[in-house]
Design a protein around this ligand. Structure first.
Ligand SMILES: Cc1cc2nc3c(=O)[nH]c(=O)nc-3n(C[C@H](O)[C@H](O)[C@H](O)COP(=O)(O)O)c2cc1C
Length: 391
């Protein structure tokens, strides 16, 4: 089975963003309208800036499909920038604290922070979102659904109603802040207040993956652990400063008895009394819903401008300001959904038996049957099981 690998290219004000996704199985009918819908969700959200009104993202598939179906060859996706002006973009030399400006200027030896901003900008996440939406279509064909939603903005909690993925998705897609909360009014007011104060906000989002069979990821090597891989996927999103799996940091103050999810067996199979583990134990999915939370810092482009220096004159100054969002947490939750879909698809394909979609989806259905009938479905004991004293 081919390894799922993907890369992006493109600058914020270049001609386009590109994603190259290789290793998807042959036979996936790709719905381009769904890819565009993911891009539209990334652009929406109360608190976004004027750029998002300029761009109306659309995916063009340049390679990898024949009559809308994957061939098993690399898929090339292109999202054009309407705001293309990289060669005319003004230079700026007063690095913005919290952005890549200063670290990038030091690393690449330039006084023009625009050169750094072009690639460090979160505009690149449009390409990730397109690639992630493709991975999500593959996962959906295997009965797995990934959903991201805003859970707090500027310290105002937006607790998710519990529910089935389809119902939750409808709530999230209809909500101004992309949450599944019953009332966003206080959080909307917080965004308005930050805008009026010429300030910015961060927040948190949740990504859940439903229908993941047990055994995705591995306990065998550090870099195969699913928790570490999903953590990196989320932490790679610009602005994300913390990730929790399941009960996360709250686990640290719980006793062992209160923290770990008891295991029972009844006629319907193995049951877990709770899901504080967030669907991952020992670096492997355990069959429960995967639950990940991420914390996003406030947008570092602040109209007021924080203290900085001018890299040309060397004098104390105020940081440059580029037009910007007040709050990007709803958009980041869509990028989080994309990143989790890509990493789950990668981990799933590592154990899949074939390069054909029908085989992979049948294999995943088989894993679900295995999970539902375990341990009754195991061969009689004494056929190679290690003894308890080996643990
Ligand atoms: C979808 C998305 C949209 C963003 N929009 C903006 C923005 O308009 N202005 C801004 O200053 N930062 C924005 N950010 C955040 C910055 O990209 C991020 O804070 C910056 O790259 C530095 O974060 P880092 O230190 O984690 O790399 C956005 C982030 C995401 C994920």
């Amino acid at each position: 089975m081919a390894e799922l690998r993907w890369r992006t290219a493109g600058e914020s004000h270049g001609s386009a963003l590109v994603a190259l996704v290789e290793g998807l199985p042959r036979g996936l009918a790709v719905d381009i309208a769904q890819l565009d819908a993911a891009l539209a969700r990334r652009q929406r959200g109360y608190g976004r800036g004027r750029r998002m009104q300029i761009e109306a993202d659309h995916v063009e598939v340049l390679a990898g499909l024949k009559r809308g179906v994957t061939l098993g060859s690399p898929v090339a996706l292109l999202v054009r920038n309407r705001d293309e002006r990289i060669h005319e973009y003004r230079s700026f030399s007063r690095p913005r604290p919290g952005h890549a400006d200063l670290a990038g200027a030091l690393k690449y030896g330039t006084r023009d922070c625009a050169d750094i901003m072009e690639r460090a900008s979160a505009r690149e996440t449009a390409a990730r979102t397109a690639a992630g939406a493709l991975a999500a279509q593959f996962l959906a064909a295997c009965g797995i659904e990934v959903l991201g939603m805003t859970t707090a903005v500027g310290g105002v909690a937006l607790p998710a109603e519990s529910g089935l993925p389809g119902a939750l998705r409808r709530l999230v897609e209809a909500a101004a802040l992309g949450s599944a909360a019953s009332n966003e009014a206080a959080a909307l007011a917080a965004v308005d207040a930050a805008r009026a104060a010429r300030d910015t906000l961060g927040g948190t989002f949740l990504v859940e993956a439903f229908g993941v069979p047990a055994g995705i990821g591995s306990c065998m090597q550090w870099d195969q652990r699913l928790d570490g891989r999903l953590g990196q996927a989320l932490l790679s999103i610009p602005g994300i400063k913390g990730v929790e799996i399941g009960a996360g940091f709250a686990c640290a103050s719980l006793s062992g008895r209160d923290c770990h999810d008891p295991i029972t067996l009844d006629d319907a199979g193995i049951q877990r009394a709770a899901n504080r583990a967030g669907g991952i134990e020992g670096g492997m999915s355990n069959g429960a819903t995967i639950v990940l939370r991420a914390a996003m810092k406030p947008i570092p482009s602040i109209p007021q401008g924080l203290a900085s220096i001018d890299l040309v004159t060397g004098s104390a100054s105020t940081a440059d300001f580029e037009r910007s969002d007040v709050c990007s947490v709803p958009a980041a939750s869509v990028v989080g959904e994309a990143m989790v879909a890509l990493e789950l698809a990668r981990a799933l394909l590592e154990i899949a038996p074939s390069d054909r979609l029908e085989d992979v989806s049948a294999f995943v259905a088989g894993l679900r049957t295995r999970d539902a009938t375990f341990p009754r479905g195991l061969p009689p004991s004494g056929t190679g099981d290690s003894s308890p004293s080996d643990r």
